[in-house]
Design a protein around this ligand. Structure first.
Ligand SMILES: *Cc1c(COP(=O)(O)O)cnc(C)c1O
Length: 463
């Protein structure tokens, strides 16, 4: 083992290697050290013999160089979403339009009255801006913004149910996107989870029987990313609101995505419809179906919102001016019915003919690329982002394969170039619904590039 360790070059030797010049020193040093450490560990663990080590050492300098190059690349990269899933938390959920950004940029580039009252010259209120707009649009009493909907849940539970019981159906103890789980958030908020009913069925009497002097709240959570079918029953918010108010409890509905009623969604009541039953509090995300910035929008009774504002936690969950400006601009686009300013809504509403045209154009650009076989097909887009789990939107796109490269390999080659696709039955699928203006051009470039590499006889890479 010792003699193997002696074969490892010194850090300084590598640092001054002629092939490793003109690289940022800090990165180079870090990469060299970690590469040598890995080799040392493998030697000590007797994972490699002398032969294998020799091969690795021959490749050492090129490997280090490649890793330095990789480390210099930005981690945040633009991608093309050809999956047809409109809201992907991993891809940043709702995106913004140029016209919306143009409206808010002047404010971001100058001082503004974020928390300042021009009449009194005194401190104003950060939350007043969006509150006015939301109340006007939805006819609610009061509204408050926080960092995201998870913050909204945390703040509401911590304010009204600290060390007190929150009654919630077993079927609604949901997990959203890995890190948000209702039971865990309750713990964080110091609330006591009082689950009622069974996984598939919860009746009003289950809630009724759970009410005791420790109860503070009846909570309902939108199931968001899954749907129960078959022998199921849940309680609607109207009945829960009634029950809670009868017993002097707070009723709170975590709506998840929420939507403002623009889309025709027969199974999803809009925020406005839910507000008709006068719930104490509801909350939903700003960047799901609403199509705005990341935010948690809390709506409800003024007296309760006032209490939320007095919780110190709010200072930690406070929204930035960017959020307020972007949400204001998004809501203004709603009022003016300018859907093109809200890409999420625009994508969900693209007419079939437009999708067909987009598909035809993409197909024409792809069909003559060497080795690519493609055809136009019908697809189904989904909203994604923990909203509308069962709803699909008829769409179109291109299905393709490469005559020399297995589809699985092609999918990862495309992905590494920033083109995210889905695959089905050994075909790459490109749904045009989520493609943006210049995406077609870039897709053609990427596929041409791959075809070109293939022509150069770079076969081994792909097998
Ligand atoms: C998405 C979702 C959340 C979390 O919202 P974020 O805006 O991602 O913080 C909470 N509850 C439900 C029911 C959701 O669907």
């Amino acid at each position: 083992m010792r003699h193997l360790l002696k074969l490892l070059p010194k850090v300084d030797t590598l640092l001054s290697h002629q092939d490793l010049q003109n690289l940022p020193q800090a990165t180079l040093k870090r990469v060299i050290t970690s590469t040598l450490n890995t080799l040392r560990d493998e030697i000590l663990a007797q994972k490699i013999d002398e032969n294998q080590l020799q091969i690795r050492l021959e490749q050492l300098v090129p490997t280090i160089k490649a890793q330095c190059k990789l480390a210099q690349e930005p981690t945040l990269k633009r991608i093309i979403n050809a999956t047809g899933v409109i809201l992907q938390t991993n891809f940043g959920r709702s995106i913004f339009s140029q016209s919306l950004l143009d409206e808010i940029t002047p404010f971001l580039q100058s001082y503004h009255t974020l928390e300042y009252d021009l009449h009194t010259g005194k401190r104003g209120e950060r939350y007043i801006h969006t509150k006015e707009t939301l109340c006007e649009m939805l006819g609610c009493e009061d509204a408050l913004l926080v960092n995201n909907n998870a913050s909204a849940v945390l703040l509401i539970l911590n304010t009204f149910a600290r060390n007190k019981e929150v009654i919630i159906s077993r079927g609604e103890l949901v997990e959203i996107g890995g890190s948000f789980r209702i039971p865990e958030v309750m713990k964080c908020a110091s609330s006591i989870l009082r689950e009622v009913g069974s996984t598939n069925k919860t009746h009003l009497k289950d809630y009724q029987e759970a009410i005791n002097e420790q109860s503070a709240m009846i909570m309902k959570t939108h199931q968001s990313n899954f749907k129960q079918i078959g022998f199921v029953q849940s309680c609607d918010m109207r009945a829960l609101t009634h029950l809670a108010q009868e017993h002097g409890l707070i009723d709170y509905y975590d709506l998840g995505s929420g939507h403002l009623g623009v889309l025709d969604l027969p199974n999803e009541p809009s925020v406005k419809e839910i507000l008709k039953h006068k719930p104490s509090l509801i909350s939903f995300s700003g960047d799901k179906l609403l199509g705005g910035p990341q935010a948690g929008i809390i709506i409800g009774k003024s007296a309760l919102i006032k209490q939320l504002k007095q919780n110190q936690l709010l200072r930690a969950l406070r929204v930035d001016k960017f959020t307020i400006l972007a949400l204001e601009a998004t809501l203004k686009a709603y009022k003016e019915r300018q859907w093109h300013k809200i890409p999420t809504l625009a994508m969900l509403q693209i007419p079939q003919e437009a999708l067909q045209q987009k598909t035809q154009s993409l197909y024409e650009s792809l069909k003559n690329i060497p080795h690519i076989q493609c055809e136009m097909i019908n697809l189904q887009s989904i909203a994604g982002g923990g909203s509308l789990p069962e709803e699909t939107f008829a769409s179109f796109g291109v299905s393709l394969y490469h005559t020399q490269i297995p589809t699985k390999t092609l999918e990862s080659l495309l992905r590494e170039k920033g083109l995210i696709t889905s695959t089905k039955q050994n075909r790459i699928l490109l749904d045009v619904r989520t493609l943006l203006e210049d995406d077609e051009k870039r897709i053609v470039e990427i596929l041409n590039h791959i075809a070109h590499q293939e022509n150069k006889g770079n076969n081994d890479r792909f097998s």
